[in-house]
Structure formats: C-alpha cells, structure tokens
Design a protein around this ligand. Sequence first.
Ligand code: CP3
Length: 348
Amino acid sequence: MAGSVHEKPILQTLRGRKTESIPFWLMRQAGRYLPEYRAVRASKNGFLDMAFDPSSAAEITMQPVRRFRMDGAIIFSDILVIPWALGQNLEFLEGEGPRLGELNPGKLEMRDLEEKLSPVFEALSRTRDCLAAEGYDRTALIGFAGAPWTVVTYMVEGGGSKDFAKVKTMAYAQPENFARLMDILVESTAMYLIAQVRAGAEILQIFDTWAGALDPHGFQHQVIEPTRKIVERVKAAHPDIPIIGFPRGAAMHYPAYVAQTGVDAVGLDGLVCTKWAAAHLQTKCPVQGNLDPMRLLAGGEGLEKAARKILRDFSGGAHIFNLGHGIHKDTPPAHVERLAEIIREFPA
Ligand code: CP3
C-alpha cells in the first residue's frame, strides 16, 4: 500500500508528505513512568527476563499506545542486546543501569546472533498482531538498534561513562583493534535490523546517544561511516524501509550526518535550535523531535509553549513530534496526555 492515502500517517510523513495532524511518539515511551509497566516489571526477574519474554515485551510496547494513541510503537528492548548476543555478559542492576562483563574482542561470536535475538523478532510480530487486533491501524511499529559508537562505549567502559576515557583510549591508541570491533558491530547491527524488518518492523531508528562526545574526526569515522554502512546494508535488503538516525548532540555535524549517512529522517536532540533546523535540515529530509524531556516532566504553561513553538517552527515541512531524548522516569502520565492533546489540536 506504499504511496496510498491509507498509509499510516507517520509513514506518509517519512516519505515527505503532508498529513492531517503531526504524527508523534516519544523516545522511551514504555517504561517506569507508567504504573502498568512497573507492575509487569515487578512480576519478572529483572529487565532482561522481561525484554526477552515476547509476550511481556509486546504487552509493554502496547501500554503507552493504549493510553496516548501514539503514531509509532517502539518495540520494547534495549540497545545492549547486541553485545549480549555477541557473548558479552550483561546485567541490569536495579537503580544502577547496565553492567557489562569483561570484553574479549577475539571471542565475540556473530554466528548465533539471530537465534539468540529471536525473542525480539517474536515480540515484533506479536506487537504487529496486537496493533491490528486492537484497532490501532494508524500506529506503525518501530524497530531499533544502537549505533556502533554508542554500543561500543558501553562494551569497552563496562557500563555508562562520563568521560569515555577507556573507549577513546582504545580508539586513539589501538585504532586497528578498535576498527575490527566496530566492523563486528556494523555487521551484527545490520543483520539485526534486517531481521527486525522481516519480523514486522515498519520503521527503524538508529540511536547514537553518545554521538556528541566525539571530536570532528571521530564523528566522521565512528558515527557517520558506520551508520552509512548499516543504512546501505539494510536498504540493500529492504529498499523501502524508512530509517531515522538519531545522532544525539551532533550539533554542527547534523548537516554532514544527513548528507552522508543515507538516513531518511533525522532525530534532533533538545539543544538543537528549531528555526536553524527548519532551514538547514528539514529542507533535506523529515525531522523528528525535539522537546526537552524535562519540559514534559515539569508540565504546565512551559510545556504548552515549548511544544507549540516546536510545532510552529517545523510547520513548513515534514515533522514527527518527539522528545529530544528519552522520557524521564518521574514524568506524570497526565503531562503526556496533555502533550498528546496539544499535538493533535495543532493544525498541520
Ligand atoms: O523507547 C522505548 O520505549 C523502547 C525501549 C528502549 C529501552 N532502552 C528500554 C529500557 C530503548 C529504545 C532503549 C535504548 C537505549 N538503551 C539507549 C539509547 C537511547 C537513550 O535513551 O539514550 C541506551 C543508551 C540504552 C542503555 C540503557 N538501558 C541504559 C543506560 C539503561 C539504564 C538507565 C535507565 O533508564 O534505567 C537501560 C535500561 C533500560 N532500557 C530501561 C528501559 C525501560 C530501564 C529498565 C528498568 O525498568 O529498570
């Protein structure tokens, strides 16, 4: 049905067409701010147990859609399932975030990747069925992966990092070893995304959360180049799948990212000036974003004004409304409800 007027609104926007209202979804829209998420979480033995149970993952993916009728349902999983599937130990400690085991680059194994990640594919096809069965025929299913640079930061640092000392030392002092590691991630991420489309994903997003931590040379080689290779591979298998790239913090590098990676649309973080982006990015491809998640946390008049300014500034072209980064865990669901109203009321 590609190109038909019955196509889901977010897919139309991604192809650069006007829709009746501005489509929206929110990064990390499934999660701890929802009591129904916390209920599923409490019944499971930790995050991975929940993410790798296809029926829980599909249920959690549906939760925000049932409340707020987003135009996109992002599959419930995590970017760190790739290092896990390659053989690196992974744990999510309550209140502490991810912990990865020791990294042995020589021992990473791509062979069983699809088999190990089959619960994610099963969750995708179940979610497609749920969306159809529950009548959400305007909501598209979004698959995702972390970009190699962001994923490798967790693999080398063993978890989150403030200064990226270990991973940058590896990149700068052992460039060949680092390049081999990045090649494994390019290969496995492309395979993973291709399999997600086969399982029912209608859009893909590549999260490069730490793109803004690199110098210009690093941005070119660790963000743009690997992303370009992944996009090329995915498009060779599925030419029509729309791919959204999210190089958070890319700042002045956003135009080069759009020009060189081949992504169909670009996700903007909350620091990006909307008028600048309308002139320099939205003229090249659809844009997604970019409300500061803390505006949503705070609510009130400030939320309304900030959301309307974004809608206005991007009203001259293709725009998917989203946050500039993931939703904060203390966000009152009523604020999300209000935001959904503001977006739906806005004349596209
Ligand atoms: O957007 C969605 O609703 C889909 C689910 C999703 C999760 N993680 C679930 C999750 C997505 C798209 C991600 C991506 C992700 N994971 C990124 C890139 C985007 C971003 O937010 O920057 C990164 C860097 C990670 C790695 C990660 N996973 C961290 C740093 C943490 C701990 C911090 C935190 O928020 O707890 C996680 C755990 C995680 N992934 C949770 C969720 C809902 C919290 C798990 C819990 O319930 O305790």
